[in-house]
Design a protein around this ligand. Structure first.
Ligand code: ARG
Length: 199
């Protein structure tokens, strides 16, 4: 009688917290999709907010039915879980502080002594290693903490999903998108436990 999804609600507009009438709620287009799936099945939706890097483990342990957190279907993940067709096609971006626009004009400017951030367990960690191999990589549990480190100058660049980066740039005057980051498995899909044909 219940569909339980695991998400990492640190990722507007995919999934994020809002206060509505003094109440903490998780909303976003992933949550709307989850609600539509629950409605279609005629069951109640339960949303669990867990750290991004443990969602797929929770899925395989059976404590959640779906992993819905803007998951890119990578070959490594497809070995561990099953994934749906893409429900959204996005892109990847490298963000910097506007104040550093003269210093960082392309990937090549992230040499030894610079640092970049990405969310722990995300594909952005791989993108950082590929595109800015000389910069040191700082992995952080949530996307807002990556952004905070960028704003306070602890890191020089941040690898962030484009839809999320666009949201930050719209509200944070000190940040900008430096460039698009090329990536092949572009887009988001829903994860289910390996072999869960019903789901
Ligand atoms: N698309 C990236 C990945 O699959 C990042 C997803 C992060 N999602 C989140 N809810 N924080 O690794």
């Amino acid at each position: 009688g219940k569909l339980t999804i695991g998400t990492s609600a640190d990722f507007a507009p995919y999934e994020f917290h809002i206060l509505q009438d003094g109440q903490d709620m998780i909303v976003g287009f992933d949550i709307a999709l989850a609600q539509a799936i629950a409605d279609e099945l005629g069951v109640e939706l339960e949303v669990r907010d867990i750290s991004f890097d443990s969602i797929l483990m929770e899925l395989n342990s059976g404590s959640i039915d779906l992993g819905l957190a803007g998951f890119s279907p990578t070959p490594e993940r497809l070995e561990a879980v099953d994934m749906s067709l893409l429900y959204y096609t996005g892109g990847q971006s490298l963000m910097i502080k506007k104040a550093d626009a003269e210093k960082f004009k392309s990937f090549e400017d992230f040499g030894a002594g610079t640092s970049v951030g990405a969310q722990t367990g995300s594909i952005q960690e791989g993108l950082a290693k590929e595109n800015t191999p000389d910069a040191s990589l700082v992995s952080l549990q949530t996307v807002p903490s990556v952004i905070m480190d960028l704003k306070t100058g602890k890191i020089d660049g941040a690898f962030i999903e484009t839809a999320v980066a666009v949201g930050y740039v719209a509200t944070q005057d000190d940040l900008m998108i430096l460039c698009d980051v090329p990536y092949d498995s572009e887009g988001s899909s829903v994860a289910v436990k390996k072999g869960n044909e019903d789901m």
